[in-house]
Design a protein around this ligand. Structure first.
Ligand code: UDP
Ligand code: MG
Length: 148
């Protein structure tokens, strides 16, 4: 089953939005397969965002991600990478639809409270980086009520 990497960024943690964000993935029917509160150092943040290293905002992005604890998660379910991105909303919260996490809870791109993998391939890379011991193996007893 497909998995994605979701991270609540330092502003999401500081603003007390951890529960609000988790509940949206839980209520949808996705399964939590990994969860930890952690701080990351610069080299780790730079590795996570290595594809963006040439962007003008890279320095401020690394500053932002290392500014406080983040909540790292693995979520599992059919189509969870794409649907996760839909639940999160557009990168710029001003362009995120109401009902999405960024559309409802954030205002500017540089404080957009959450990260979600953008493809199955990057999800695998990000899960390996953030959860070197891999996901927790369990299956919800609600599975047959969520999938046909
Ligand atoms: N970002 C930024 N300024 C920009 C574009 C992106 O500060 O002009 C930050 C923002 O926090 C974003 C992150 O860099 O979430 C990663 O950018 P990406 O394009 O991968 O957006 P995402 O996948 O998070 O929607
Ligand atoms: Mg991205």
């Amino acid at each position: 089953m497909e998995q994605t990497f979701i991270m609540i960024k330092p502003d999401g943690v500081q603003r007390g939005l951890v529960g609000e964000i988790i509940i949206r993935f839980e209520k949808k029917g996705f399964s939590l397969k990994g969860l930890k509160l952690m701080t990351v150092d610069r080299p780790f943040a730079e590795k996570h965002y290595e594809d963006l290293s040439s962007k003008p905002f890279f320095g401020s992005l690394i500053e932002y991600i290392t500014s406080g604890p983040v909540v790292a998660m693995i979520w599992e379910g059919e189509g969870v990478v794409k649907t996760g991105r839909t639940i999160i909303g557009a990168t710029n919260p001003a362009q995120s639809a109401p009902g999405t996490i960024r559309g409802d809870l954030a205002i500017v791109t540089g404080r957009n409270i959450i990260h979600g993998s953008d493809s199955v391939e990057s999800a695998q890379k990000e899960i390996a980086l953030w959860f070197p011991d891999g996901p927790i193996n369990w299956q919800s007893s609600l599975h047959p009520w969520i999938y046909e």
